[in-house]
Write a protein that binds this ligand. Sequence first.
Ligand code: DQA
Length: 138
Amino acid sequence: MKIIIINGPNLNLLGKRERNIYGDLTFEEFFKLLKNKYPLIDISYFQSNVEGELINKIQEVGFSFDGIILNAAAYTHTSVGIGDAVKAIETPVVEVHISNTFAREEFRHHSYISPGAKGVILGFGLQSYELALQSFLN
Ligand code: DQA
C-alpha cells in the first residue's frame, strides 16, 4: 500500500514554530517513528511552502497512490487551486490538521480541501496523521 503525507507551508518548522500549538517534535522525527511503527506500509513524505508545488505533487501521485494524507496548512483556508486538485484526482485524500482549527480564529474554520476529501481529522496533534493512516488500513 502506497501512502503519501503532503504538508503545506510552515510545517517544515514543526518543533520550532508556535510549540504551544504544534508541539516540540520535528516532522522528520515524527515521520521516522511512524514509519517504524508501520513497516509494511510504503509511506512517503513531501513538504512545500509553494502552492503550485503542492498541486504538482497531488497531480503526480493522485492516479497511482492508495491514499494521500494532506495538511495544506494555511492554504487550506485560501487555496481554490489545491481544493480543485483534490477533486480532480482519483486517490482518496484525508485532510488532517494538527490543531483543532475550529477552536481557533474564524478564518481557520473554512476549508477549501474538505469538500473533496474522503474525511477530515483534526485536533489530535501529530497523532492526527496516524489516525488518517489507520483510516486507509480499514
Ligand atoms: C494547520 C492549521 C492551519 O490553520 C495553519 O495555518 C497551519 C497548520 C494545523 O495543522 O493545525 O499552518 O493546518
